[in-house]
Design a protein around this ligand. Structure first.
Ligand SMILES: [Zn+2]
Length: 321
């Protein structure tokens, strides 16, 4: 019996080598493609976690430069991350933004995930690390619920801020020259602006949302007692810090009736104003009728997509990176 051994020619041998090289290259590329695909999935998953954690922390911004407050944020970040399937968040994974006037207005969450490769091990890549981050920033809120039917002009607000005095500030009604300017009654509740309707809205706050860009009529006529009655009513409802006579700018509870959000506006004609922003007061007893005394405070409100160009101290938040 004869067996024919077929000999590879030199040419065929070279082809086999080329095929072998091509195959390993293809396999290498395929393995990388698969592992890169999986890494991409990892990356988008941790990006989602970073965004979710950042958004959940937004309501704490701006945060005081206070160890306990920051520790609380880090603990919550860890909790939210774990809820989203990311474990082992470290304190250093949270980077605070710039310190402005004793407060941090932004923070960045840096997350990473290292996954072992499957096929890329063939070409010596054992693992791939994906890094993602999300930055959340406090921004002046452009919509507020619970506003009182009162506002100050943007210029009066700027003047008040320019003095640097934010405590025990007095605003007088109408055109009179208060110590820090004057306020106007604005009809935000859809009523005809009668004193009773204004007083109710002052007492309880408007249950609808007032947004930047909204236009409202200025209330007409003498509303002399509205501020006095409204302030007294709100002052009386405070049950906090009884030993110190209730909430003051030094210590207050954010949802206390003494905390009052009001508009910052500009006149677009003699009877109409446009809302430009918002500010907040902790009310104090006023000496005189038709005047409002309080101290400016910072307030964090729930998320709203509306933002304001005027930083009146009421903040919402948004993802900025
Ligand atoms: Zn209170």
């Amino acid at each position: 019996m004869r067996i024919n051994f077929r000999r590879f020619t030199a040419e065929e041998g070279a082809s086999a080598v080329i095929v072998a090289i091509m195959l390993s290259l293809l396999l290498g590329m395929a393995s990388l493609t698969i592992d890169i695909g999986m890494t991409y999935t990892d990356a988008s998953a941790i990006q989602n976690v970073a965004d979710a954690v950042a958004l959940s922390l937004g309501r704490f911004l701006p945060v005081e430069d206070d160890e306990a407050a920051i520790a609380e944020i880090i603990a919550l970040a860890d909790e939210y991350a774990a809820k989203n399937g990311y474990f082992g968040l470290q304190a250093e994974d949270i980077v605070l933004g710039d310190l402005v006037s004793g407060r941090y207005g932004a923070l960045t969450i840096n997350l990473s995930k290292t996954s072992p490769t499957y096929l890329a091990k063939i070409i010596g890549v054992e693992e791939i690390t994906s890094r993602k981050s999300a930055t959340i920033s406090a921004v002046p809120a452009g919509s507020v619920t619970g506003c009182v039917p009162v506002g100050i002009s943007a210029s009066a607000y700027e003047t008040a801020m320019a003095t640097g005095i934010t405590e025990h500030v007095v605003f007088k009604a109408g055109g009179g020259g208060g110590e820090s300017g004057f306020f106007g009654y604005i009809v935000i509740d859809g009523s005809n602006g009668n004193a009773k309707a204004l007083l109710d809205t002052f007492k309880y706050g408007h249950d609808g949302e007032v947004c930047v860009g909204d236009t409202y009529p200025v209330a007409k006529g003498n509303k002399a007692s509205v501020a006095k009655k409204g302030v007294n009513y709100r002052m009386s409802l405070c049950t906090h810090f009884p030993e110190d006579g209730g909430c003051t700018y030094q210590h207050y509870v954010e949802n206390c009736p003494r905390v009052m959000s009001f508009m910052i506006y500009e006149f677009i004609d003699s009877t109409t104003v446009k809302v430009n922003g918002f500010s907040a007061f902790i009310l104090e007893h006023s000496e005189n009728e038709d005047e409002i005394q309080g101290s400016f405070i910072n307030l964090n409100v729930p998320y709203t997509s509306y933002t304001s160009d005027i930083d009146g101290g009421i903040y919402t938040y948004k993802l900025t990176g």
